[in-house]
Ligand binder design. Structure first.
Ligand code: NAD
Length: 373
């Protein structure tokens, strides 16, 4: 079984889908691995390291894609790439099936077994394969570091003979994986941190990181069985915005990470709230690719909203591409290993396994995932 690893072609993508150490593990299991020449160059890994791990270099991308029984990418495949995949090849990527419907349809039509790592069940056994978590964790770190660099103040409190500098105030909205890491990073840098999430269970986690949890009584909110937030009613969202306004106005940095599985992200920081914020303050909208939590945020742009900087960069993990590639690669290697049939030396698409049930989008020319049908 050939595992093919092409270079990412998405503009601005710096990460790579598989590192030499994962390649070596999969070859030990009996897989053959081919990679597009120059795969790791952008992060300082040369072809020799992949060759030493036992992989084969292919310079012609089309031949590589045509040969793959399993094709591993990070971003959704292009129409041109899909046209080259073998029928019944397994394609593994982070494509978001809710926002990439055309790609899912094209993969189904091509007879490909498309696996989306973003559909990974949030269970203990699946944690080591969870690319959403591994990338969101690093994204949360980058969001804070980026905001600290753009802010014209320092994060920690400083008492010096020249005067006392108060700590920067950071407000984190949405405390899932990215939000928790944003809180931890901002605390490490010495900021005064407040946070809010609609899921009340988060309060303890926020406090354990030394931050303050902002309490807002929105009535019944709760979470789904998978641990995701439920969508708020219009009245609840209006109330949330009202209550959030004063915290945003006081903040030097606002990091928003609020997302809803399979739906557009809620707009929380309205134009009015942005206007009420101090000049020089910084907002990082980590939900920008899902529609955005902040009025005026633009995908892959930094917008100056009358003195307030709104950062809407999508690929934050790509700023730390060495670590994010290592984590993504390890998640994929764990996924393939979990489904690897050691006797047959191939990946078994076991539909009785809840991980495969969750992640498999298409099979036999059809969309087979009930969550997206
Ligand atoms: P996510 O990216 O879907 O959303 C980010 C956060 O935004 C969530 O905490 C959500 O509650 C919050 N949010 C949604 N609407 C909001 C609003 N209007 N205002 C404020 N916040 C809002 O979430 P995620 O990071 O993927 O994590 C979702 C859950 O899954 C968490 O409970 C997390 O701990 C859990 N999780 C479990 C596992 C596992 O057990 N394997 C792995 C990863 C995450």
């Amino acid at each position: 079984m050939i595992i093919a690893i092409p270079k990412e072609t998405h503009s601005g993508e710096t990460r790579i889908p598989m590192m030499p150490e994962s390649v070596e593990k999969l070859i030990k299991k009996g897989a053959e691995v081919s990679f597009e020449s120059g795969l790791g160059t952008a992060i300082g890994i040369n072809d020799e390291e992949y060759l030493r791990a036992g992989a084969k270099a292919v310079s012609d991308r089309a031949s590589l894609l045509k040969s793959g029984d399993i094709i591993v990418q990070i971003n959704r495949p292009s129409k041109e790439d899909i046209a080259l995949f073998k029928r019944s090849a397994v394609h593994i990527s982070n494509l978001n099936p809710f926002f990439e419907k055309d790609t899912v349809a094209a993969l189904a039509q091509a007879g490909v077994k498309a696996i989306s790592m973003t559909m990974m069940p949030r269970t203990t056994i699946a944690q080591k394969m969870d690319t959403l978590s591994s990338q969101a964790n690093l994204g949360g770190y980058v969001a804070v570091v980026l905001a600290a660099e753009r802010l014209n103040k320092i994060f920690p409190m400083m008492m010096t003979p020249s005067g006392t500098i108060p700590p920067a105030r950071v407000f984190v909205i949405g405390v899932g994986v990215a939000g928790l890491q944003a809180i931890a990073t901002a605390k490490r840098l010495g900021a005064r941190v407040e946070a809010f999430d609609t899921r009340p269970v988060v309060e303890e986690q926020v406090k354990s990181l030394g931050a303050k949890f902002v309490k807002i009584d929105l009535g019944e909110t709760g979470q789904t069985a998978q641990g995701y937030a439920k969508e708020l009613t219009k009245e609840q969202l209006d109330k949330q915005r009202d209550m959030m306004a004063k915290h945003c106005a006081l903040a030097d940095v606002v990091i928003t990470t609020a997302r809803l599985f399979g739906r557009k992200a809620p707009l929380i920081v309205t134009e009015q709230i942005v206007k009420s914020m101090k000049k020089g303050s910084v907002i990082v909208d980590m939900a920008v690719a899902d529609g955005g939590n902040v009025a005026g945020s633009k995908l892959d742009k930094e917008v100056d909203a009358d003195g307030v900087l709104i950062i809407g960069l999508d690929n934050l993990p790509g700023h730390v591409a060495v670590d994010s590639s290592r984590m993504y690669s390890s998640n994929i290697c764990n996924f393939i290993s979990h489904f690897w049939d050691d006797k047959e030396k191939k990946l078994a698409v076991k539909l009785e396994d809840e991980i495969m049930q969750g992640c498999l989008l298409t099979q036999d020319g059809k969309i087979c995932n009930t969550k997206i049908q």
